[in-house]
Write a new protein. Structure first.
Length: 453
């Protein structure tokens, strides 16, 4: 169903299913705030549904379910289809990193009776949104002996929280005259973590001893850490009608979760189906765990060789060329408070379902994957046949800005790719907004896609 409000079609059973699905998503989002946490949680869900680690499997046949884990930050899962894998794979690809602040390698300092941690922001944040609010630290510290310490300060019952201070308006005359992107400068995003002296310790010495005693690492160990500062607290139902969700990291865990659930809740498939969750999209999909990594190709090569019992490079190339991908990523939902940056005919609206972006990019579609109409026509038929609500969108008015996804990267492997995701308000803010109807329609759409494309 194209360009129709999804809420209108639901009967009571549909609504029960929709709210139950969204409650499960709210839990997933609240409990998993980094790419590492999402990877671990995803593997747990996959194993519960009988997916086996690909490394532990010698040969594969139709109906088998496997997953692969790349460095704990990037995961993909396959259901082996009845058809020859050379006929192509149906892929749902989403990213599991979200904008945030990362702690620097030499972060700890004392300044005028406070101890602070220096940060370097990750991804496209609006800096002034991250000050004067409760924050948590999630991540890992790896010691020289190889021990990995998991850190979560701020999201456990009874934990303290952390914050970045802001200037009071009474003294903000000069600051408030600055342009929005420099009202708060990147180097001013330092996290306050303590200010108590003891009889025998300075403020900083006291903090270091707490880190050692309570968390098991010392100041130098920050060098081999990956610590991310994220908003503390759980995602919540939003609106008196409880129709939306306010939470950190919908971009792009809303598409990651719905894509993963589509695979988890599917049994038999004709064509081999896959869900891949990647890291580093927010900074250009770079690195070994980003979409540009060869890891996905390598993993598909391994799946092919375990199905065929032998391998040559042409098998991989043929498989990739015959594959269909939904690059599952969020889209900018129409916001009535900022209607001037949208072109209404080509905007997506909360509640109207799974959103397709034929192209993204900026300044004349530059840098985008421009999906083929042949592919879009196939998808329209599948969604209409399966009663899924969907819509199409552009990222705002022409020349208003722009953005990218992992679509063009997978398209470079000569796969058929289009962006398809959930509309979001306040994208990249510490708290983003989605409609529960769109979360549910995305799930239904992804399931219909892997079964039918
Ligand atoms: Mn995204
Ligand atoms: Mn993003």
């Amino acid at each position: 169903m194209y360009k129709k409000n999804a809420w209108e079609k639901y009967n009571e059973t549909d609504l029960n299913n929709l709210f139950k699905f969204n409650d499960e998503y709210i839990d997933f989002l609240s409990n998993n705030k980094t790419e590492r946490e999402v990877t671990i949680a995803s593997i747990k869900l996959l194993e519960e549904k009988g997916f086996k680690n690909l490394d532990s499997i010698k040969s594969l046949k139709a109906g088998d379910k496997v997953y692969a884990n790349n460095r704990g930050k990037n995961v993909c899962a396959f259901i082996i289809g009845k058809k020859d894998i050379l006929d192509g794979i149906n892929v749902l690809g989403a990213h599991i990193d979200s904008p945030r602040l990362d702690i620097k390698q030499n972060p700890l300092y004392e300044d005028n009776e406070f101890v602070l941690l220096d940060t370097h922001y990750y991804g496209g944040i609006i800096k002034y949104q991250w000050v004067a609010r409760a924050l948590a630290i999630h991540g890992v510290v790896v010691l020289k002996d190889g021990t990995t310490i998991k850190v979560n300060i701020g999201d456990n019952e009874g934990d303290p929280v952390l914050c970045i201070s802001d200037l009071l308006p009474h003294l903000g005359k000069d600051k408030l005259e600055k342009r929005g992107n420099v009202t708060v400068e990147g180097e001013d995003l330092d996290l306050t973590i303590g200010h108590m002296k003891t009889k025998d310790k300075s403020i900083k010495e006291n903090i270091v001893s707490i880190l050692e005693k309570k968390y098991g690492f010392n100041e130098e160990d920050f060098v081999s850490s990956e610590l991310e500062i994220v908003p503390e607290g759980k995602a919540r139902s939003l609106g008196i009608d409880e129709s939306m969700i306010l939470g950190y990291g919908h971009d792009d865990r809303v598409c990651a979760y719905t894509s993963l659930r589509a695979i988890l809740d599917t049994n038999e498939v004709d064509k081999t189906s896959c869900c891949i969750l990647v890291d580093k999209e927010e900074i250009g999909s770079v690195g070994a765990t980003g979409a540009h990594s060869r890891w996905f190709e390598n993993t598909i090569a391994s799946v092919i060789s375990k199905i065929k019992g032998n391998y040559n490079d042409l098998y991989l190339k043929e498989t990739l060329s015959n594959s269909y991908v939904l690059s599952s990523d969020v889209s900018a939902g129409f916001d009535p408070l900022y209607s001037n940056v949208f072109e209404k005919k080509n905007s997506c609206f909360l509640g109207y379902g799974l959103t397709f972006n034929k192209y993204t990019g900026a300044r004349g579609k530059s840098g985008c994957n421009d999906a083929s109409p042949e592919y879009i026509a196939k998808i329209r038929k599948i969604l209409d046949d399966n009663n899924v609500n969907y819509q199409t969108a552009e990222l705002g008015k022409v020349d208003q800005g722009g953005g990218g996804t992992i679509a063009y990267i997978l398209a470079n492997l000569n796969m058929n790719v289009i962006d398809a995701g959930v509309p979001v308000l306040s994208m990249h803010a510490p708290c983003e907004v989605v409609s529960k109807a769109d979360v549910y329609e995305a799930y239904l759409g992804y399931k219909a896609f892997i079964k039918n494309i």
